[in-house]
Design a protein around this ligand. Sequence first.
Ligand code: AMP
Ligand code: ZN
Length: 479
Amino acid sequence: MVSLRVYNTLSREKEVFRPVTPGLVRFYSCGPTVYNYAHIGNFRAYVFADLVKRVLLRLGYRVLHVMNITDVDDKTIRDSQREGVSLQEFTERYTRAFMEDLAKLQILPATHYPRATEYIPRMVEMIKQMLELGYAYKAEDGIYYRVSRFERYGELARLDMSKLKAGGSGRVRRDEYGKEDPADFALWKYWTPEDGDVYWETELGNGRPGWHIECSAMSTALLGPHLDIHSGGVDLVFPHHTNEIAQSEAVCTTCREQGLRFVNYWLHNEHLLVEGRKMSKSLGNVYTLRDLEAKGYRPTAVRALLLSGHYRQQLNFTFQALEGMEALVDRTTEFYVTLQALRESRRGMANQSFLERVDAFADAFLEAVADDFDTPRAFAVLNDFMHFVHARLPALQRGDVERALSVFEEMNSILSITLPLEPLTPEEEALLAERRKAREEKDYAKADRLRDTLVARGVIVKDLGSETIAWKPKEQRNA
Ligand code: AMP
Ligand code: ZN
């Protein structure tokens, strides 16, 4: 079996992946803060998590995947108040939109999508434990994590603690009162008037959780104290993931006593740039999936683009590259539909040397994705494979087609870059039959007219020698 190698941010090295429980992977991905529509940079992180999961599944692992929904923080509170709606109504809207976008991007559903507000009791429990163990202390405006108490603090980000303590990094917030050390961070924030009606009455006092404790609570509640993989964008290494480790390991007995870790493999995707620049509102280059759809692009092409670069390198999103991906998803879809049609119409045994070549493509593909998710290499293999098969289409026997089809399906089970299709309506089927007849009768003018009618209805019609194949993508280009 092919073994998976992943680049672990913790060690800054590629390591052979071994889960805590053989055959099972406990996987957590930081999800969205639902105060707005997620942008395509965010979706790079979620498409990457989907890739990781699909590769794990392909390698035979069972995957427990948790992606949280951050439905309470400064931004969700601020923006719901601005709109004058309840926090719940506000975040529910963007949670629903997020789920729709995930489906459009062919992202497999996670096992659980916990919402932070459902895990407040657990956060309170963890904070109480940290207070008892000396990892947390009460201050004027909230409860803080005592960074100096946790020996491994900053290991993931390779922080220089002497600089951090001096507050010299510029990243340390100064607007928090009564902290012992500028590096300490909030676990629980006591209610202030700006919070309005957003607070929980708890043993810790009325207030709300800090962002970092949310992920520690949800991940360990659903996956236990030791996760195999935790993913997120590079901007989360510090402070978010650094603090997640500090919190989760503080309340984990096996971590404290045996040095076991909260997470064994930390995977971080690099950022997405747009036309060579950082996405920002002031540059007007922050695109949501909806924005791109409104411009006539299809979600499957967006997915392909997000997968086309290696996840540890910055990816430059350009409309030119997106056009290229539009063409690619059309090509893969046509290839797939063609092989399915030929499987029905061809007869005969496979050609041994063809099978060997095709299997070699399958191996090369799997080798690429198992080597730290090397999608640029995987795309190249897919391309070569499609060229190879396409050039031999007329000569293929049923056995050849079957193998080529299964190899394609295997590759596509990981990339998932064919367009979703819908069945032709009975009326469209009738038009297609009429066109076949017209072609048999050599009435090409009529056949062309019928094709135009079908195309206008979103049906793609291709003649393959004497055969005709037709398919109807659910996503249409409206550019
Ligand atoms: P946020 O909602 O800001 O917490 O971000 C959600 C996820 O998207 C996190 O994993 C971020 O690291 C990731 N992310 C944010 N911006 C980008 C970007 N431009 N490119 C790639 N990932 C991003
Ligand atoms: Zn998180």
